[in-house]
Design a protein around this ligand. Structure first.
Ligand code: UDP
Ligand code: MG
Length: 319
């Protein structure tokens, strides 16, 4: 008996990709036509300021595989990925960037891995960081070292969002409806057996990256706060340690008083101690603040995205 064709939903978050999108569409369609699966291309317009939406509409007009979901504003890549997930109908669901930094041909290898039935996820991992500056590479490496040491979710250096997964895994990810989304961590947290496919890094085909250095630093802090309580442990440890030091110093002062009597001294020491304590207190407050900020956003329970325009019937417009 002939096996039924599986449906692959490929989610493409797009932010100001008017130049890259037509090139991407051509490449990815060529590859998808070669695959055995039926497919839908879910193009998510994340509040682009350029003509990305009209490019999407043109593509949808001439190709029934293209579904576009257009946000009411820029909600960020994580929200775009989540919106795609909520609206994907496929037996397999995947993510790919619109700038051709994720070589579409790898989809065939990922599909093969999923079809074998051995894996629930096939993910691509870039083996180098060509195009990234030395400083950025250094910081990225340190980030992975730290996060893997302090969090339960193992994150693989070089692994981005380029991956395909089974319906089962996609549903598990949809069920994680947390507001502060950090996909690298979420993919690893849900578990499932993953087949890793390596590739060499490629530069963007057009446009510019939307990541600034500080944007990445904030993203890294987000990742740590979202997947680990380690900074809170550090705050606790600092508290215990400085209290211990204070006791030692107190003992020193008492003994000194008993031996030499009271002489007013130690102005410099006093200032140092006040500054040191003040610094540590502010640092710990900041750490606690990071977590409270997350709790605050989480309790508001706002939707992750709002779709203002789409060609999909019965789309999940707010989610
Ligand atoms: N992107 C998005 N919303 C944003 C920023 C980026 O949907 O707010 C999309 C972007 O169009 C691209 C993908 O996310 O398809 C990766 O973005 P980018 O190439 O800027 O990041 P990098 O590859 O440098 O990590
Ligand atoms: Mg890119």
């Amino acid at each position: 008996m002939k096996k039924e064709k599986k449906l692959l939903s490929l989610i493409v978050p797009c932010f100001n990709e008017e130049e890259a999108l037509p090139l991407f569409y051509k490449e990815v369609t060529k590859t998808l036509k070669e695959s055995k699966a039926d497919y839908e291309l879910l193009l998510v317009n994340d509040g682009s300021k350029d003509q990305t939406l009209s490019v999407m509409k043109d593509l949808a007009k001439k190709d029934r595989h293209v579904i576009y979901l257009s946000f009411s504003r820029n909600f960020g890549k994580e929200a775009a990925m989540y919106a795609g997930l909520c609206n994907a109908r496929g037996d397999y669901v995947g993510f790919i960037d619109a700038d051709l930094q994720h070589p579409p041909v790898l989809i065939l290898r990922m599909l093969e891995a999923l079809e074998s039935g051995e894996y629930d996820c096939a993910a691509c991992r870039r083996t180098d960081r060509t195009g990234d500056s030395k400083i950025r590479t250094w910081f990225s490496r340190r980030f992975y070292e730290i996060i893997n040491r302090i969090s339960d979710a193992r994150m693989v250096d070089g692994a981005g969002d380029y991956r395909l997964m089974s319906r089962k895994m996609a549903d598990a990810i949809i069920s994680m409806s947390e507001h502060n989304r950090f996909s690298k961590g979420i993919f690893s947290w849900v578990g499932y057996k993953t087949c890793w496919i390596e590739y060499e890094n490629v530069d963007r085909v057009a446009g510019t990256t939307s990541w600034s250095f500080w944007g990445l630093v904030k993203y890294a802090i987000d990742g740590i706060v979202n997947f680990s309580n380690f900074p809170l442990d550090v705050a606790t440890f600092l508290g215990i340690f400085t209290t211990f030091l204070a006791f030692l110093y107190l003992a020193f002062i008492i003994i000194k008083y008993l031996l030499y009597g009271d002489a007013v001294q130690g102005w410099a020491t006093l200032i140092c101690v006040i500054l040191f304590m003040g610094g540590i207190q502010l640092l710990c407050l900041g750490i606690i603040g990071q977590y409270i900020g997350k709790i605050y956003m989480e309790t508001k329970n706002r939707p992750h995205f709002i779709i203002s325009e789409t060609n999909k019937d019965s789309a999940e417009l707010i989610g």
